[in-house]
Structures are given as C-alpha cells and as structure tokens.
Design a binder for this molecule. Sequence first.
Ligand code: XMP
Length: 523
Amino acid sequence: MQKVIVLDFGAQYGQLIARRVRDLHVYSEILPCDTPAAEIQAAKPSALILSGGPASVYAPDAPGLDPAVFDLGIPILGFCYGQQIMAKTLGGVVGHTEVGEYGPADIVRVSKSELLDGTPEKQTVWMSHRDSVAKVPSGFSITSSTAVCPVASMECAERKLYATQFHPEVRHTTYGTQMLSNFLFGVCGFEQSWSMDNLIDQLVDDVRAKVGEDRVILGLSGGVDSSVVGALCARAIGKQLTCVFVNHGLLRKDEPEQVEEVFTKQFDVDFVHVHAEDRYVELLEGVKDPEQKRKIIGTQFWEEFFTVAQQLDGVKYLAQGTIYPDIIESGARKTGGKASTIKSHHNLIPFPEGVSFDLIEPLDHFFKDEVRALGTALGLPDHIVWRQPFPGPGLAIRIIGDVTPEKLEILKNADAVVREELDAYNTRLFEQTGLRNSEHSCWQYFAVLPDIKSVGVMGDERTYQRPVIIRAVESTDAMTADWAKLPYDVLGKISSRIVAEVPGVNRVVYDITPKPPGTVEWE
Ligand code: XMP
C-alpha cells in the first residue's frame, strides 16, 4: 500500500498530521525526525511530511533530520518547523521575525502554487511561530506571504518540495484539507486506499496467515480495543480463538452480561466467563489506599487469566488490543521498530514461569477512531464501539475508601442513572450538531461514591445515608478536562432520579473541578 511517512519534530505534532492524512484515505505512519534516510527509504514511502515542532532551528539541541532525505527523489511537504528545517538544510536562511504570529493570520498568494491550487488568493490560516524563513533556497519560489511573514509558503515544483510556515493540519486553517489533498492527490498521485471497510479483508488474511492452525487467547476487558481484536479474530479464525473475560465484579451495571451476549451470540468463538467477583471482594476487603487497590486488581487479573490459559491446550498466541498511539507514545519505534515493541509489551505482562506466547496485535497501526470504525464495520454494537474511557480497576477507584458489595450495588445503580440521562443528553446534542464527542458534549461521565454519610429528610423521616457525586467532563484526550456545563434541568433530573431510585442515597452533588487541579477520576 502507498504510504506517507510523517517525520515528527516534536512530541504529538506528527500524530495530528498522520490523522489528517488518514482522514483523506491515504495510509500514514510516523517516524522520529532523525530516522536515517536509508531507513526511511527501506520503508518505501511515496511521500514525506515534516511536522512542526516547538524548537528553534538554531537552538543547540534543535531536532534535525538526515539531509539525504532530500535526495530520496520523493515529494516532501513541511509545516512550520518543517518549512524552516527544509529551508535551512537546502541553503536558505531562517531568521527571527520582529513579531511572532500566534493564531489566525491572513495569507495572500504571491505566485502560482501547486499546493495552494483551488484555494482563494487571500485566506485565513493558523500560525504559531517566532522564527521564519528569511531567504528561500535556490530553485524555490515564495507562494504566499502575510503582513509580517514574507515566506508564509514556498515550493520548488521541479523537485516536488513544498512547505508552509502555517499549519494546514489544524482545522482553523480554512483550506488546510484542500492543501493536503493537493499534495497527496495532485502532486503525489495517491489513490484513496485506506478505508476501514477495505482493510478488514486484509487484516483477516493477515491474522489467518500468522496463526495458521494454532490457537489464540485474548483477555476481553469489555473495552473497545480488546473487543475489536476479538471481533476481528472471530472473523479470521472463529473457534481457534478463546476469549477470556475476567469478571471482577467492578464493571458497570449490565456490562458483563452485554460482553457475554456479544461474544456468545454474535460471534462464534470459544468464550470463557471467569466469575471472580467473590475473590475480588475478599481481596479488596478493608483496603482503602487507591494504589493498593489498583495493584491488587491488576495482579489478580493476570492470576485469573493465566489460570484459564494454562488449562487450555495448544495456545500459541496471545492477542492484544495494542493501538498505534500506545506504540508511538511508548517510544518503541525509536528503539528499533517492531521487535522492541513486542518485547516492551511482554515486559508489562507478568508471565508465570514456563509460560510464553507469541503476540498478535492486529490494531497496532490504528488510531482510536479508526479502531471504532473497524468495530462498527465488524458488527460490534454501539455500546461497545462508543464506550467511554473506563479505568482498568473499574468501580473500585470510584468508591472512595474500602470496597464492599453494598457500596458497589449503590454505585452501579446511581451510575446507571447518570449514564442513562447523559447518554440521552449527548444523543440530543449529536442530533443537533452531527458530532460525537464535540466540544459541546460530555466526554466522560459517571458517578462516584464518597466514604461519608450525611443527614437528610425523606417523607417525614430523618435519614443518615450516602451522597453520590456526579462527575461529567469535557475533554479530547483526558490530559486536561473541564467540568461539563450541564443544563440545570438535566442535573435536576439525575438528582431526583438517584434519590428516588437508589436505596441508601439521600444527596447528590456535582463536581465542578477542572483538570488540573482535579483529576477525572477521584482516585
Ligand atoms: P485521571 O483520573 O488521571 O484520568 O484524570 C484520565 C483518564 O484515564 C482514565 N483512568 C484510567 N484508566 N486505568 C485505566 O485504564 C487506570 O488506573 C485509570 N485511572 C484513570 C480515566 O477514566 C480518564 O479517562
């Protein structure tokens, strides 16, 4: 398959560009900016994109690139720092602009441009820079300027080298997508071959070819990634797959039943439901410290999983729901590609003595939203595909203090009300905006049970019961978050339903703390 390699000059900049390229149905991968040209050539890209980055090209530790990439004879597009490093490497000059530009800016076309073709003479782009190109390398022409930035974009069509000081990958650049399309389809002649529907056959063939007649085991958590791996392997190898679902009793109301329903009725795999609820209650009894809870839950998960694994005959492979950001963010690629990736993941799993599996990670080249699209294409229901982020330790870290069956029951019921009402609220917003997870909707929402009781009155009787905390946040990546500005009537309905429907609760409060300083979860 034809592909674009994005050379990343600053953590996270490359991911956004790769996402945009894939949105246009062209496959894109990210490599560190200093990857040697020979290694890049061996990966056979049909084009390169040089990302932006936070550094100045003249800083002593400025990220560099192998100048030989410009001799590979493939089209190259640079954004921001990518333009500056292209200019500097090819003999141009980068200088400090009197005033930097941050935010929207108007560019004006100053010469014919393949990159800007079909976009207006004057248009708004997104800038974020202090340095900029003062003199373009020989053979290049300036294609647009702003009032303070003479080289807002430049190109050398003969060598198929293009660059912009602004960020076409950012939505605020009105015609950014058009520019990216001009590069991918006009300059490079790509075909639109990256689409989830087309890919399933390929992925299924890959799993079959790798697994052959062997058996595969998969730990299903109820989450999106492991479910999509399950659905994919089910299609590829059917009953050669054993899905082990460790039910720790800490999932949300009805979730274990939903997982079982999907993987027994919808997919024809070998499904093992490990009922470990009582063992978890026992292990967690009296444990108040959040980190200790996490440790107990994680360790016991693998205990339960390997107990099943060791009872099965002839399992050669362990399937995992590793996705592309896990690999990029763990830096695995920087230390030598796939081989080291497999090792680092192996290291995370406490394999018992004498047990070893080969890994299959069919989603390791996919971003989260692509994984969701694959899930839908494979027939997984929306409640799995669009499941909110949910912590591995489950409800145990939403019960402050020790976990008991009584508290779990209260939290499950209160949480079900929060989710039901906010699912409906999000659906209404989705119908209005057509956007899921838009900045106006709620991104993650749940109930928390604190370790206190307070006085209330119900009917004519004094009560001394538990409060429930509603946590609902807007976010895109959970790194930062803000509390959702929910309408009062939505909050009011959640409150009255919880106190009416959940025995043991007499008060409902709303957490209005952003992250930072709060975290999304309470433990
Ligand atoms: P915090 O609470 O750190 O959460 O702001 C950020 C995001 O991560 C999720 N989260 C976890 N996920 N294991 C997980 O798999 C955990 O221990 C864990 N703790 C928090 C949280 O739900 C939020 O989406």
